[in-house]
Design a protein around this ligand. Structure first.
Ligand code: AMP
Length: 394
């Protein structure tokens, strides 16, 4: 793997694919800077080298050119944070971009307009990739969040830089941390998978069964497992077409001697609403008219014990509807158990938008080992898939 740190890039045009897909409020203020912060080490390294840095990213899901999704909303923040001139190209390809790229000074930045203003970006169009590549001598990919996508700027473009393509520092860090969990993890190794539905996470659950000692399943998907085992789940979230799959996961865990932990109790509400009437129950006897929105105290205890005895922990997906204060307890307590275990020397890796949002909500960011910037990319990496963006620069 070619790391940036082993090279100096003075005076060269470096095209860096970053993930600046940050949330903006209605006045276009950035409400969470994490993704920009994560890309700073790479950008600073290149600025310190006196390179000419060209940054490209997507922002949101625009349908053609749309001011709402313009990357110009982040220029001021970049300029303030990096203390250098940041010029902007209103078009990411073509003569305008080429002229601007030619005129950047050493140690300065050119930010390109949102790549997804062109549908060719997501289509992985080779011509579009070629036009981007003409702006620079060197290509760096530092966008882990889109590493599982074969888009023009994330993987197709790399072929135009056969000898000048590099892993950014964030991308390398993400891979190093995922590998820490996946290859030779310290045992016991525990994976915690939660969130709304099982459908988006089947592949990762099945693949993790071959690697972990303990697999904890919480969140909405737990009710599909409960129903598969004959439980009454009231109005809880359920995927009826996944009942057989849930059974087969239980059987596979048994066969592989993996300790599969499902919630034993549930916090239920008569409406999807923080002010709804709340009743607790066993996971197999949710009251009629009620839906399970969080794991109960017994489950918290059961899960916490396993987590605190683990040496490697990965977590993706909340244990309940943590966005509502009456159903945050499970996620908060599981987060706290991970922090305690980390404090005692375990390696903990958290990923996926919602688990990261939960960690932030409960102010636990500094108390886990690593927070991944990728949701889908992290899941695919955990599944053992080769991510196109990584393969392209190997
Ligand atoms: P995912 O994107 O699949 O990781 O799902 C995250 C979402 O799952 C969060 O917004 C949670 O509010 C939601 N969630 C977690 N537990 C439940 C549950 N028991 N019922 C409904 N939604 C849930």
């Amino acid at each position: 793997m070619k790391s940036l740190l082993d090279y100096s890039f003075e005076g060269r045009n470096i095209l860096v694919r970053v993930d600046f897909n940050v949330p903006l409020d209605e006045n276009f203020n950035i409400t969470d800077h994490s993704r920009i912060t994560a890309a700073l080490p790479t950008i600073k390294k290149l600025l310190d080298d006196n390179a000419r840095v060209i940054l490209m990213s997507h922002l949101g899901r625009p349908n053609g050119k749309d001011y709402k999704f313009s990357l110009q909303h982040i220029i001021d923040y970049l300029q303030k944070t990096l203390k250098t001139t940041v010029s902007f190209s209103e078009d990411c390809i073509g003569d305008l971009a080429k002229n601007k790229a030619r005129n950047i000074k050493n140690g300065e930045i050119l930010l390109l307009e949102n790549l997804r203003f062109y549908k060719e970006e997501k289509q992985g169009d080779i011509n579009f990739a070629k036009q981007l590549s003409e702006l620079a001598d060197v290509y760096v990919n530092d966008a882990f969040g889109t590493a599982h996508r074969s888009h023009a700027s994330t993987s197709i473009i790399a072929s135009f830089f056969p000898n000048e393509k590099y892993f950014g520092l964030l991308l390398k860090d993400e891979i190093d941390n995922l590998e820490k969990a996946l290859s030779k993890p310290k045992k016991p190794f525990t994976a915690i998978i939660g969130g709304a539905k099982i459908s988006g996470k089947i592949d990762v659950v099945v693949s993790l069964l071959n690697k972990v000692d303990n697999l904890i399943i919480g969140g909405g998907m737990a009710y599909t497992f409960s129903k598969a085992m004959g439980g009454n789940i009231g109005n809880s979230l359920v995927e009826d077409d996944k009942l057989e799959l849930a059974k087969s996961i239980i059987e596979k865990a048994n066969k592989l001697d993996v300790n599969l932990l499902l919630p034993v109790d549930s916090v239920n509400a008569n409406d999807f609403n923080n002010n709804a009437d709340i009743k607790n129950s066993d996971i197999t006897s949710v009251q009629g008219g009620y839906m399970g929105l969080d794991i109960g105290e017994k489950s918290i205890q059961l899960f916490s014990e396993v987590i605190e005895n683990s040496k490697t922990i990965i977590w993706n997906g909340p244990m309940g509807v943590f966005e509502m204060s009456n159903f945050e307890n499970g996620t908060k307590n599981i987060g706290a158990a991970i922090c305690r275990s980390t404090n005692r020397g375990a390696f903990s890796l958290i990923g996926g938008g919602d688990s990261v949002a939960a960690i932030k909500k409960f102010e636990m960011e500094g108390r886990v080992s690593y927070i991944s910037t990728g949701g889908g990319a992290m899941l695919e990496y955990l599944e053992g898939k080769e991510l196109p963006a990584i393969k392209a620069i190997l």
